[in-house]
Design a protein around this ligand. Sequence first.
Ligand SMILES: Cc1ncc(COP(=O)(O)O)c(C=O)c1O
Length: 473
Amino acid sequence: MKYDQARWQREDEDRYEPLLSEKDGERVDVDDAPLPDDLTRDSLDLPEISEPELARHYTRLSQMNYGVDSGPYPLGSCTMKYNPKFTEDVAALPGAQVHPDRSAESVQGTLELMHGLQDYLARIGGMDAVSLQPPAGAAGEFTGILVAKAYHEANGEGHRDEIIVPDSAHGTNFASAAMGGYDVVELPSGDDGRVDLDALEAAAGEDTALFMLTNPNTLGLFERDIEEIADVVHDVGGLLYYDGANLNALLGQARPGDMGFDIMHYNVHKTFATPHGGGGPGAGPVGVVSDLAEFLPAPRVRETENGYERFDPENTIGKVHGFAGNWLVLVKTYAYIARLGDAGLADASAKAVLNANYLAEQIDYEVPHGPFHHEFVASAGDQDAADVAKRMLDYGVHPPTTKWPEIVPEALMTEPTEVENRETLDQLAEAFNAVAREDEDALADAPQRTTAKRIDQADAARNLRLSWQSLDE
Ligand SMILES: Cc1ncc(COP(=O)(O)O)c(C=O)c1O
């Protein structure tokens, strides 16, 4: 179909014309209303400062922060990898700025990209159909659970009310299962940190709706028995869910669909390259095997002989987000996959695995289990893992995830990601090893060299202070 920009612009104008009114020659879509006096610029008590003062203020603020653009950020499981800036450029292209309510005919390029991304993700995961709607990995889990529920109900199996989750799983797995209305059955890991097949056989039965698993698991260990695991779950009529948080270890090497998984989500910020979100816009597309496709959230995008169109899957669970999901995050995901290609993706996962294994070899803390994929979990032993983390900040690096998974005492869960070079990995190892040699006092007083010292982390994350406050307040 030929893209006729002028025509679609006219169509949009016709559609919105009745909603618009004239003001000073400009068309606006809201009526005039007086501004409250206390919100006008004149009433604001703003400081008068010069440009250099302003520039220094914001530069100083930025230096108080630590991010992937400042240094290594080996936060295990969270996968804080560097997001290449070209994806931002792509998302900033004028063609990406489209209103989600526009007619399908007028946004064929947008729909083609979404269709292409559905295909990319399906191919990477070994799935048959993908929905781009969920806005985060956890939202993808919840969506996948609702899809599984709809599938079981449609097959007269609505009595299945249990979801099995390994004790090493991320907290969102337990939470999503409970939010979906299921009883959560926690599965203890075997001595090797992997799924214990006997325990799984004992837990699985006619009430099992789903078994949620990530592979490699949160210890960075590949579940070698994955085919037997899939058989155990399928033999009792359950479905196997893949938590895609660790898919960056498998890209181009192996696919969840080929291992027997029926449903999966993709954490696009961990596997590809989009910002992690911090509660902000993210994306957690969900993929399924063909039997489950009819239940996916609406809308999806398909190709017809007249171009691309949105459609509602036959027995859709409905919508889990506005419109088609967080569109610009999806644009960045598409750009990253298209730029790297099959070989680039396989190379990224190979380097993620190499970096984790290299770093695990360099550090003096005990690292139980192995061999690893993209992350490993060391034990801080007699030290408190949270203290170790605070002290590492003094050595100028971001610490790993701590105290989880609980099956490793005083866990230091470390994921260097594929983007770090050998010098940076050595710098990380030096920080680990320097802290490992230190005594309790040095650790208890840490951090000494950061702007904020020990803060209440839960409070700081939940009650953000977004404006300047004096220290006495
Ligand atoms: C193993 C695992 N599963 C699920 C999630 C949830 O993903 P998201 O942060 O995209 O909601 C995470 C997040 O770190 C994770 O590590």
